[in-house]
Ligand binder design. Structure first.
Ligand SMILES: *[C@@H]1O[C@H](CO)[C@@H](O)[C@H](O)[C@H]1NC(C)=O
Ligand SMILES: *[C@@H]1O[C@H](CO)[C@@H](O)[C@H](O)[C@H]1NC(C)=O
Length: 366
């Protein structure tokens, strides 16, 4: 089913909502024409999103900025598909997708109105990135992939997209750094406006899933390679070679322990087969760390306290050093083969598996 068809079929189901329900703006069909809308279709998406694409002149874009925009576009296209799926699941009344079943319940009408606005906003983030890529004759302009989503109810679904949004919010800091390093001053203003916009979204996602909406004073930073690696788990088939993106893809770091606001031992695992069996066999407990990104602290490396090998899968335990560092909210973990990183830019060279995505449970909220 195309995006268009799925939205249209969602529309039919909307009609069966109780008469008291507030219909979302545009009835869910405002993405008609996406990802190649004509002028009128674009204007309809802009109306649904509450504003127009940027129209300021940008005179130059560095190669680094172009690579960043490619990853941003791929990510935004994933988000468009995700929100489309979520909206469809809600409008079709799929079991587990009633907004009343959220830990902070909400009416279906308000939820759909909010998600439809967010859907259109994400579509414009993508269309904006793509239009810059085209204007600057980028040799590669991403087109939507097919995706797989692991979630089967609305609470899980909004929690997952909240975590992804946190990762994006961290990565847009990395993009901003790259823009500054390359003198891409025009785009910096636009990216800053997107950071705030995604932050507004995330406050909403966090609120309805019952976690503290404003999690920490300085949001956790991330790097392009970690966001690109995390995105892989959702991509089924893309109409382009993934190697076109000049970033490494790390195996995911699985987090097996529910992490709380306390010093505790956390179990992690990662399948490192991509490095080859002999490399994996050469790994040694004394040369492995879990390195955390939390807020704007330089990477925090903790030696692993246990190490077990099952085939090419490593299982390690490491301390979560909460009390000293106040690691609240969204935290990123990486399995690294060095420590004492001066900053996030140094992480890719020492990373074996990442990111491990941690939402620290807030013990005394509500
Ligand atoms: C929508 O429902 C399908 C079928 O249950 C599920 O596979 C998918 O993950 C759901 N989408 C979201 C975003 O939760
Ligand atoms: C760390 O792992 C990387 C693979 O990501 C490898 O290239 C590098 O040589 C390793 N460094 C050490 C010190 O083992």
């Amino acid at each position: 089913m195309t995006l268009r068809q799925s939205l249209v079929s969602g529309l039919g189901l909307l009609a069966s909502l109780s008469s008291g329900a507030v219909l979302p703006r545009g009835g869910g069909a405002e993405l008609a024409g996406y990802p190649n809308p004509n002028d009128q279709q674009l204007f309809n998406i802009e109306k649904a999103a509450g504003g127009l694409l940027p129209n300021g002149k940008i005179t130059k874009l560095s190669a680094a900025a172009i690579a960043n925009l490619q990853v941003i576009a791929i990510n935004e296209q994933f988000e468009v598909a995700y929100f489309t799926s979520l909206i469809n699941n809600i409008t079709s009344g799929q079991h587990g997708y009633s907004p009343q079943s959220l830990s902070s319940p909400m009416s279906t009408g308000r939820m759909l109105e909010t998600l439809n606005a967010i859907l259109a906003q994400e579509a414009l983030h993508d269309l904006g990135a793509v239009s810059f890529l085209k204007a600057f004759k980028s040799s590669f302009v991403p087109e939507p992939c097919t995706y797989a989503f692991p979630t089967t109810n609305i609470q899980e679904s909004i929690s997952l997209i909240s975590t992804v949004t946190s990762l994006v919010l961290g990565t847009l800091q990395d993009v901003t750094q790259a823009l500054a390093q390359n003198g891409d001053d025009g785009l910096a203003r636009i990216i800053a406006s997107i950071i705030g916009q995604e932050g507004e979204q995330n406050g909403f996602f966090r609120l309805v899933t019952d976690v503290l909406p404003a999690e920490k004073p300085f949001l956790t930073t991330s790097i392009g390679a970690y966001a690109w690696s995390a995105l892989q788990s959702f991509l089924v088939k893309c109409p382009f070679d993934l190697n076109v993106i000049p970033l490494p893809i790390f195996p995911p770091l699985n987090v097996h322990t529910k992490v709380k606001q306390q010093d505790m031992t956390v179990t992690y695992s990662a399948d490192l087969h991509k490095y080859g069996e002999s490399f994996v066999k050469s790994l040694h407990k004394d040369k492995l760390w879990i390195t955390y990104l939390g807020g704007q602290q330089v990477p925090i490396s903790v030696p692993v306290s246990s190490f077990e090998l099952k085939g090419t899968t490593v299982e390690v335990c490491a301390e979560f050093p909460w009390s000293k560092n106040i690691l609240d909210g969204f935290i990123i973990a990486a399995l690294t083969n060095s420590s004492n990183f001066a900053g996030p830019d140094d992480l890719p060279a020492g990373t074996l598996a990442a990111p491990g995505l941690i939402e620290v449970e807030h013990s005394d909220y509500w």
